[in-house]
Ligand binder design. Structure first.
Ligand code: FMN
Length: 263
């Protein structure tokens, strides 16, 4: 499957078929998660944990084979780096027919942190269950998707701009159009889609439109993890390069500059 199709057809999977992953898949995952780089150069480490062996579960997930935790040191830009590397893993798994769901809230955090061996100087923003998707979604999963409008996304006119935050940008170039569409369909916490992009020549400035209550216990911001996911989709589509240098565009209240990608 091509990368655009992968990025735009991924969905959270909360109902798995109850089967263990094949030995080949487990080996592939274990090798893949050893090193998943991100353009911030901040290492994100991953821990693969068998669900039964470790007694791990989540009230919104059924039939999962295992969990993977993502862990990062408490350094500046850790959230974006985490989002980027974790989403790379999610897409790698999806390309092999393995389902995932980003989980930051609906699990016993302390229990998972202990199981994954999170150290004092580290933070584990999210885990994901892994397994083969069941044919039919559980009633709980259907209700959850409906609750957050998981099958919908904001219109491009609300997300993409040119020259400032007043003029919407619609790409004419097919490659760019697909790159923005891939950002639009990215997953985000509570499906808030906090990313906003301003095009300025061949630079694309990424901004975070803050919602309330996404502060994390380590002094971070869960919506910056969402921003890392959006950057991952855009860079994987365009091959652009990341730099962090605020262009000084006038921003409405509650909007924060995150990073720029030059294509
Ligand atoms: C950072 C982050 C945290 C999330 N936390 C949870 C969670 O705790 N529980 C859950 O069921 N889904 C969680 N999700 C999944 C989102 O609800 C989901 O991605 C969104 O509704 C869009 O649906 P989709 O992934 O099927 O496209 C989270 C997603 C992200 C990116």
């Amino acid at each position: 499957m091509d990368i655009f199709k992968l990025l735009t057809t991924r969905r959270s999977v909360r109902t798995f078929d109850g089967q263990p992953l094949s030995a080949e898949d487990v080996q592939n995952i274990r090798e893949y998660i050893e090193n998943i780089p991100n353009p911030y150069g901040i290492p994100v480490r991953f821990v693969y944990m068998d669900a039964k062996e470790m007694g791990l579960s989540s009230p919104v997930i059924t039939g999962e084979a295992a969990y993977i935790a993502g862990i990062v040191e408490k350094v500046p830009h850790r959230e974006e780096a985490f989002g980027f590397s974790f989403e790379r893993m999610v897409m790698h798994l999806w390309s092999r027919g393995i389902g995932t769901t980003w989980i930051a809230g609906t699990f016993k955090r302390e229990f998972f942190e202990k199981a994954a061996g999170v150290k004092e100087n580290e933070v584990m923003y999210c885990v994901t269950p892994v397994g083969y998707p069941a044919k039919k979604k559980s009633i709980k999963e259907v209700a959850m998707r409906k609750g957050v409008g998981a099958d919908k996304r904001k219109d491009g006119a609300e997300l993409f701009f040119e020259g400032g935050f007043t003029k919407p940008f619609a790409a004419a170039d097919e490659g760019l159009k697909q790159a923005l569409e891939a950002v639009r369909w990215a997953p985000s916490a509570v499906n808030k889609q906090p990313w906003r992009i301003i095009k300025d020549g061949n630079a694309f400035h990424f901004y975070l439109k803050h919602d309330k209550n996404y502060a994390t216990a380590d002094g971070g911001d869960l919506q910056k993890v969402d921003m890392g996911i959006a950057l991952c989709h855009f860079i994987d589509m365009t091959g652009g390069s990341l730099n962090v240098a605020d262009p000084g565009v006038e921003t409405p209240e509650g909007i924060e500059y995150i990073a720029s990608v030059t294509v």
